[in-house]
Write a protein that binds this ligand. Structure first.
Ligand code: HGY
Ligand code: MN
Ligand code: MN
Length: 412
């Protein structure tokens, strides 16, 4: 009779996930952007979770929630565990949040088993991993690595609000950012548990997997300007139709990213002006998100896309401008921490599968502070960035027990 886990840890995690899912900026769907009222409410809830778990917890100058469990030797390099509680628009409830609540569940389990870690354990709920509201790149986790770009404070959201003003409104402190930088000598490693957001674990019928590397990302804004005109009178061969040009450019993006099976590129936003049924589109602003496991491959792909879009613009008599605003490097995970995770997975008699991450994560930023590793959790159909995102309580429980086993090994 195989040991049927009592699912206590999974139940605990799912209950906290449900509590957090109530905090949204949009009625009827989950949208929780960095420094929004919903982010503040979720941060306060996370603070409460951490304190109830016996952690010394606070919300830092950038809105991250930080909980600390002192170890036998408070001076020993700490173990960092975390993920993010901000979301995309109309999001699923597990992206990011799962890694935060599992860290808290493991802290509770250590206490319940009377285990005092040899070193401190810090659990962090980052607030700006999705970079949806402001033109930033993992700003709250880069701050811990001492790499916060002050220019991010001047970035503005769709309503023209600067990150600085939003931070002050949230109760943050722009002057307290520099002091968030952690001393690398005081951290032994970072573990992040996250839903896979892809179909591989489900295809292999595995509940968890170990991340080998995180893909690099280039994000850019592009602007195509043609000429508005009467939809009924201008002959097709005399138009400078900005939207028709962008339609061709989206085909270019698809083709350039489909030549290899490990590259992807997406046009996620396109705003058409003036946007009337009987007016030839004068201008289209759109975005590009391009990814690859190798930085040189990604840069070459973006260069191809730009060159071909410029030629298409030339042919069509429209202007094409593209402005990259975010570069995130491809990031290999730490071999030693990966081995610790693999041992923990094996201890639960699960085959340890390694897989790359197509999605970006706070681990990319924290890898500049200390060794970093990630555990992926199976999600239904690989669906994410979608309210249909879901995991089972059994897999949440398995992930919690793997994290618990790995943490016990690392802080023994
Ligand atoms: O876009 C990403 O890869 C992540 O979900 N922020
Ligand atoms: Mn995420
Ligand atoms: Mn995400």
């Amino acid at each position: 009779m195989t040991h049927q886990p009592d699912l206590t840890l999974g139940r605990r995690a799912m209950a906290m996930i449900e509590d957090l899912a109530q905090h949204t900026d949009e009625y009827g769907r989950l949208t929780r952007l960095y420094l929004s009222p919903a982010h503040r409410a979720a941060a306060d809830t996370t603070l409460e979770f951490m304190r109830r778990a016996g952690l010394r917890a606070h919300i830092d100058a950038l809105g991250s929630v930080v909980g600390r469990l002192e170890g036998a030797n408070p001076e020993a390099p700490a173990l960092l565990i975390g993920s993010h509680i901000d979301s995309v628009v109309d999001a699923g409830r597990y992206d990011g949040n799962l890694g935060v609540v599992l860290g808290i569940v493991v802290a509770e389990a250590l206490k319940a088993e009377g285990i005092t870690p040899s070193c401190p354990i810090e659990i962090v709920a980052f607030g700006d991993e999705e970079n949806v509201r402001f033109p930033t790149n993992l700003s709250t986790s880069y701050a811990l690595a001492g790499r916060y770009d002050p220019a991010w404070l001047d970035g503005r959201d769709a309503d023209g609000i600067s990150l600085r003003d939003a931070l002050l409104e949230f109760g943050g402190d722009p002057l307290g950012i520099a002091s968030l930088a952690r001393d690398p000598a005081r951290y032994r490693g970072y573990l992040e548990v996250h839903i896979e957001q892809g179909p591989q674990l489900e295809a292999r019928n595995l509940p968890v997997g170990i991340v080998s590397a995180i893909n690099g990302i280039t994000r850019a804004r592009a602007y195509v300007i043609g000429e508005a005109g009467h939809a009924g009178t201008v002959p097709m061969n005399m138009r400078r139709d900005a939207l028709a040009a962008v339609a061709e450019m989206i085909g270019i993006v698809e083709r350039a990213s489909s030549t290899r099976n490990d590259t992807v590129a997406t046009v996620g936003v396109a705003q058409v002006q003036p946007g009337a049924i009987n007016v030839i589109p004068a201008r289209v602003d759109f975005t590009l998100d391009a990814r690859a496991p190798d930085d040189a491959v990604r840069h070459a792909m973006v260069e191809d896309i730009v060159t071909e879009c410029e030629a298409a613009a030339q042919r069509r008599g429209v202007s094409f401008t593209i402005e990259p605003f975010m570069e995130s490097p491809a990031t290999p995970m730490d071999r030693n921490l990966m081995a610790q995770l693999e041992e923990a997975v094996r201890s639960l008699r699960i085959e340890p599968m390694r897989l790359a991450s197509g999605a970006g994560h706070d681990a990319v930023a924290i890898a500049n502070l200390c060794p970093a590793a990630m555990l992926f959790v199976r999600c239904k159909g690989g669906i994410s960035h979608n309210p249909a995102e879901s995991i089972t309580i059994e897999d949440a429980d398995t992930a919690a027990r793997v994290l618990f086993e790995a943490v016990k090994r690392i802080v023994a």
